[in-house]
Write a protein that binds this ligand. Structure first.
Ligand SMILES: [Zn+2]
Length: 73
């Protein structure tokens, strides 16, 4: 099983960021988020709470596969 905590996903577009170093990032409620572009970062900052809930739901979905389905359809 992969270490989920070390995976960095752009919470806006869902892109997997191989190397988050040097990417635009922001901190929200003591969590750091990385983005593929400044555009995604701006979008996040406009609706940070919404994206945070999505992110938490996705993390929950990873822990309980099959219970909640998100993203790639
Ligand atoms: Zn993005």
């Amino acid at each position: 099983m992969k270490d989920v905590a070390k995976q960095h996903l752009d919470p806006v577009c869902g892109k997997h960021l191989e190397a988050p170093d040097g990417r635009p990032s922001t901190e929200y409620k003591k969590r750091r988020y990385f983005f593929c572009s400044e555009r995604c970062r701006t979008a996040f900052e406009k609706q940070a709470e919404r994206f945070r809930m999505n992110d938490l739901a996705r993390a929950g979905a990873l822990l309980t596969p099959g219970r909640v389905r998100w993203g790639i359809a």
